[in-house]
Design a protein around this ligand. Structure first.
Ligand SMILES: O=C(O)CCC(=O)C(=O)O
Ligand SMILES: [Fe+2]
Length: 304
């Protein structure tokens, strides 16, 4: 789609920055526009590696068959189990810096919401423009519930289905729909990553070429929300056990204070390390700020 003048007379455009750009600049652009492209985050070898990790899976997968997911589009899930390269992409420092900035406004820890490789085939039309965070059905204007990263495995072009985005639409009222001139595309080279806030209007582009367009979505959400793709089930424990601790936590092996997600009153990561003890010590997982209140309560009881 051609970029055109929007209501303010400026072009609808996604800002593209180099991977060396500082986090505060990236976060400021994301706050303002709701989307950004960071160029060349993966090396060409990493792009090749992730494509190779997924090649046999894509070959075996049928097309989707749905008005939202498409009919000439293949989707793979469970990428942390399927691709060692995705494991390191999911804990990329810059990406997690962005997640910290946005998601820690609404929670004390976040996790992976879903992993999905999307291969838009030739002749797939554009996906409907939508907001991903409608899966979390409540109003939350003061923080983002989820954020998506779309890693380009192929070059994303205007012709092959580079993701449609509507810069600024994360600030719109829910019932304002994007007009064609307000929509642009996340055009980027393989190895770059498009990031969009869960409240931003967007959708897969039409593929008018003869080759598929492959991208990888790693989505992150607030730690007290249900994951769209349950990572405990998507990633077998034998694989999770071999992952770095940061990734294990992102899969969901953590307690969101207070006391959300504990197992046997313990940190669920004990399921992977062997430390979890059935009927063992029952811990309380509390934010530091409530501890003085509890201590006061105990002191009052003692004094009475
Ligand atoms: O494939 C894309 O570019 C975006 C897909 C998307 O937004 C979705 O399936 O929710
Ligand atoms: Fe989407």
């Amino acid at each position: 789609m051609d970029a055109a003048n929007n209501a303010e007379g400026t072009m609808a455009e996604v800002v593209r920055v180099k991977s060396s750009t500082g986090l505060p600049v990236i976060n400021e652009i994301l706050e303002r526009d709701g989307c950004i492209v960071i160029e060349d985050v993966l090396t060409p070898d990493e792009v090749k590696a992730v494509a190779a990790d997924l090649a046999l899976h894509f070959a075996a997968a049928p097309n989707c068959a749905g008005d939202f997911y498409g009919y000439v589009t293949k989707r793979l899930s469970g990428l942390i189990a399927k691709s060692p390269t995705c494991r390191s992409m999911a804990i990329n420092q810059a990406i997690l810096g962005i997640m910290d900035h946005f998601l820690l406004k609404g929670c004390r820890g976040y996790h992976l919401n879903l992993t999905q490789a999307i291969q838009i085939g030739p002749n797939e039309p554009a996906q409907v423009i939508h907001r991903d965070d409608l899966m979390f059905n409540f109003v939350h204007p003061e923080f983002e519930a989820m954020i998506n990263t779309m890693w380009a495995v192929d070059d994303f072009t205007a012709e092959n289905g580079a993701t449609h985005v509507v810069p600024g639409s994360h600030k719109w009222p829910l019932d304002r729909m994007a007009q064609p001139h307000e929509i642009t595309q996340g055009v980027m080279k393989a190895g770059s990553v498009l990031i969009w806030l869960g409240s931003l209007q967007h959708g897969g582009g039409a593929n008018r070429t003869r080759k598929p367009r492959t991208g990888i979505v790693h989505s992150y959400c607030l730690g007290w929300l249900r994951q769209a793709e349950p990572q405990f089930l998507a990633v077998p424990a034998e694989i999770a056990r071999e992952c770095p601790e940061r990734l294990q936590r992102l899969l969901g092996y953590f307690v969101h204070e207070p006391n959300l997600g504990s197992l046997e009153g313990q940190d669920p990561i004990g399921m992977l390390t062997g430390a979890l003890e059935v009927n063992g010590h029952f811990n309380e997982f509390l934010p530091d700020e409530v501890r003085p209140l509890l201590a006061e309560h105990r002191a009052r009881l003692k004094a009475a």
